[in-house]
Design a protein around this ligand. Sequence first.
Ligand code: DGL
Length: 266
Amino acid sequence: MDDRPIGIFDSGVGGLTSINAFSEVLPHESILYFGDTARAPYGSKSPATVVSFSKETAQFLINNGAKILVAACNTSSAIALDELRRQFPGMIVQGIIEPCAEQIASECTVEDSIGIIATPVTVQSGAYERAIHAIAPGLKVHALACPDFVPLIESGSYASKTMEAAVDHQVGQLVEEFSINVLVLGCTHYPIIRGIIEKLFPQLRIIDPSAALAKKTKQILEENDMQASEWPGQRTFYASDLSPKFLGVIEKLGIKGDYALLQHRL
Ligand code: DGL
């Protein structure tokens, strides 16, 4: 048994889209979340900067008692995990891409055409394709960077006509060029615009990796005998900047249950 919190991090508010999945799959676990809202977005920064920011965040979570590090952030998962494991050798570090690849490999066949939308850094890294093809080499995977999505969501315009036009253009490109029938939300912000994607492209099977990440975390805790005792966990969400926009997105996410929201600058 281990009652220390699970440390979950993201570049910003997006990782909170995975909190309901964690609370559902791991109701007894305490969660310590850090969203680096002051320095987001990560997805258009240089890989070296993303690695450096991810290390600082991981250090904060470890200093505050995290028993495991979980990168909800796709961009950090794409490029920073090896460095985090080198820097913090005693910690288990789990990213979001590998469990999503396992889900895709178990649910999809060579008949499917799988689109992945993500940030430019994630797409340039090729991390999704590598992780999927390591398990299921025959699957057809098409990744597309959507650099406009995160700034629009962060600015609070996630329900606007501009957002709809951007989704129509970018996802439409994958549908037209590759006839995709499966779409992976390869960025933590995108579940916020899932309704728009479903409205414009109702034929697509959408995969949100957060449930797979929560299930993988549960499996790791069980394998390492690190589960919390049988009581409801405490949830503490830190953000490096608590802007009104951030608070608005939290409201939009409809996070169930109690949590404390605090600011901490790295
Ligand atoms: N959290 C990032 C991800 O999942 C998206 C936002 C950003 O670019 O910082 O890739």
